[in-house]
Design a protein around this ligand. Sequence first.
Ligand code: SF4
Ligand code: SF4
Length: 94
Amino acid sequence: MPFDCVSCGACCAYSASWPVFIGAGEAAGIPEELIDFEHGRMLCHGNRCAALTGEIGSRAQCSVYANRPLVCREFQAGSEDCLMVRRSFGLPAA
Ligand code: SF4
Ligand code: SF4
């Protein structure tokens, strides 16, 4: 793991359109109050996913980690998108 996601969390607060449900049954196990049913994705406050707890760049955690959407599972630490997001939050990206 090139970066420690537990001390980051930036990708969970970058865009409200990112934590979207792309497959059937993706919302299973996620509390209803954390779901944006209208848009078929996680509820976000601004760009920050409502399931994210803690502080970006310090200590962050996904409160629905075991049931998180597929796009969240597939997001790769150290990928170009990861580095771009980290930079946008002023976090080291190298
Ligand atoms: S931006 Fe990268 S390092 Fe930060 S939590 Fe997401 S995948 Fe992990
Ligand atoms: S569901 Fe979890 S992993 Fe996905 S964006 Fe929200 S906090 Fe991040």
